[in-house]
Design a protein around this ligand. Structure first.
Ligand code: CP3
Length: 360
């Protein structure tokens, strides 16, 4: 689809039928759809037996780096769930490696960066010229695109500048983001240089993904909810906005995702992202109002509701669909990723409930 930027800019895209483009991409652009599209954050993961079988023989990073395996995992999950979009199997941290930072996933600990970025010299040493090393992700996308053709939307992704910077500085997950905020407040020059470097690499990385066939790019700002509105404005907004605009200029819509963002949604929407991710801590319609109806939204079932009995699950799914009220531009999803031990049949049931839902 190369006329997406025209559609967004309001230029006449020509005759539109409800079948033009995938249901998922159409919803991202707030065009009418035959029914609400659905997919799930972290739909390929440890809760799924097929994924665990592949993981018995390969590490997470090995799966990411072998396009055949990454494509298989991506396709299997999407087919098994009956969703409208497939997110490429990769990880947020992959761009750290070509920037010069080694990391590993330690069992039960999450990611660990061996030499975290703490000083101005550490920031200066980061490389920005090797994003091409990530082309294994592009090759996986090509395989997924060849499999699904136009049947499903294909989502490429990357981390947002703030969230990636926080991993690079903290060296892993964090509760209070003290080192990240310390650099932000004490050495704003290095902070800005770090974010600039991240944006440079992510632009190249997203371009690889779009050229390979990604229909949409999702930018994960998973930890942005750790920022006050003022700090978001002063230290994170600008880099996110530049990345959003650069990806849109490649001709695809952007989904901008975060959690615990109720106080930030209006500002996050000002990046110009086509779609904003909403978590479950506020009702979907309230979140949508905060974002503005000139944006699409994605969300917002609590992933832990997938452990509830089907009657309760159905009630929650319907509440969300009713509060979207048939307005164009809703993509059904969770507010955050599926966790290990989630019953697969409940995820399939939710996909079915969304596919079958009609407003009374
Ligand atoms: O279907 C999919 O969504 C899978 C593709 C995917 C993975 N990571 C694979 C993965 C995606 C979209 C991600 C993004 C990602 N990675 C994010 C943003 C999403 C979010 O949840 O906000 C983040 C923060 C990361 C970093 C990361 N990767 C962490 C914190 C962890 C450990 C978490 C844990 O539960 O152990 C990972 C590991 C990881 N990445 C797994 C998967 C399927 C699970 C670990 C494994 O298979 O060994």
């Amino acid at each position: 689809m190369d006329n997406l930027s025209e559609m967004r800019s309001g230029a006449d895209p020509g005759p539109d039928t409800i079948l033009d483009g995938s249901r998922f991409v159409r919803a991202c652009l707030r065009r009418p759809v035959d029914r609400t599209p659905v997919w799930f954050l972290r739909q390929a993961g440890r809760y799924m037996q097929e994924y665990r079988d592949v993981r018995k023989h390969h590490t997470l990073v090995e799966i990411c780096k072998q396009p055949e395996l990454a494509a298989e995992v991506t396709i299997t999950a999407a087919e098994k769930l009956g969703v409208d979009a497939a997110i490429i199997f990769a990880d947020l941290l992959l761009p750290l490696e070509p920037m010069g930072l080694d990391f590993e996933f330690q069992a039960g600990e999450g990611p660990v960066v061996h030499h975290p970025v703490r000083t101005a010299a550490d920031v200066r040493a980061l490389r920005v010229d090797r994003a091409e090393e990530l082309s294994y992700v592009a090759r996986a996308i090509q395989k997924v695109a060849a499999h699904f053709k136009d049947r499903l939307g294909i989502i490429g992704f990357c981390g947002a500048p703030y969230t990636l910077a926080s991993y690079m500085i903290e060296g892993g997950g964090s509760r209070n983001y003290i080192e990240t905020k310390r650099m932000m407040y004490h050495d704003p020059v290095s902070w800005r240089l770090l974010l600039d470097k991240i944006v440079t690499v992510l632009e190249d990385y997203c371009r690889l993904q779009v050229l390979a066939g990604a229909d949409v790019i999702q930018i994960f700002d998973s930890w942005v909810g750790s920022l006050s509105l003022s700090d978001y404005r002063d230290y994170a907004f600008d880099a996110s906005k530049r990345l959003v605009r650069a990806v849109q200029a490649m001709g695809v819509p952007v989904i901008y995702f975060g959690v615990e963002t109720a106080g930030l949604l209006g500002e996050m929407a000002s990046t110009g992202a086509d779609v904003l991710g909403l978590d479950w801590r506020q009702p979907l319609d309230e979140g949508w109002r905060a974002v503005g109806y000139n944006h699409a939204v994605q969300g917002n079932l609590d992933p832990i509701t997938l452990f509830a009995p089907l009657e309760i699950l159905e009630q929650r799914v319907k509440e969300i669909l009713r509060s979207a009220n048939g307005r164009v531009g809703h993509i059904f999803n969770l507010g955050h990723g599926i966790v290990p031990n989630t019953p697969v049949e409940n995820v399939q049931a939710v996909a079915r409930m969304v596919r079958e839902f009609r407003l009374a």
